[in-house]
Ligand binder design. Structure first.
Ligand SMILES: [Zn+2]
Length: 121
């Protein structure tokens, strides 16, 4: 026996998987809800699934091949990173919403050269 599961994401996308039985389907729905469907943004007042705001899905890979999976609030742009379990690599929500990552913030030197123009020598 196999069960076909179609899971509707906020924003209209769907995930379709085939699982061996109803228990596996239940586990898949549970995992989809946990990872893809937060109820609300942890920063602003956006409630997802209401049509007023949606959760977006962001994936990026660094030059070192580190992979990041994040949920993004369409209203305020804040992000919640998903953790990856060491065993099996399953994703899980970290629960902490953060200000969007800006690369330009880290391109500047962390400590600017000290101004020593007023030293007597
Ligand atoms: Zn938000």
């Amino acid at each position: 026996m196999s069960v076909k599961l179609t899971y509707l994401l906020d924003g209209g996308h769907t995930i379709a998987v085939e699982v061996p039985d109803v228990k596996a389907c239940f586990a898949a729905v549970s995992h989809c809800q946990e990872v893809f469907s937060p109820d609300a943004c942890g920063h602003c007042d956006a409630k997802f699934g209401t049509g007023k705001a949606t959760v977006r899905y962001k994936h990026r890979t660094t030059k070192e091949n580190h992979k990041f999976y994040e949920l993004v609030c369409s209203k305020c742009g804040w992000e919640m990173g998903l953790g990856q379990k060491k065993e099996g690599g399953a994703l899980f929500p970290r629960g902490e919403w953060k200000e969007p990552y800006h690369h330009d913030k880290f391109d500047k030197p962390p400590n600017p050269e000290p101004d020593d123009s007023d030293l007597p020598f």
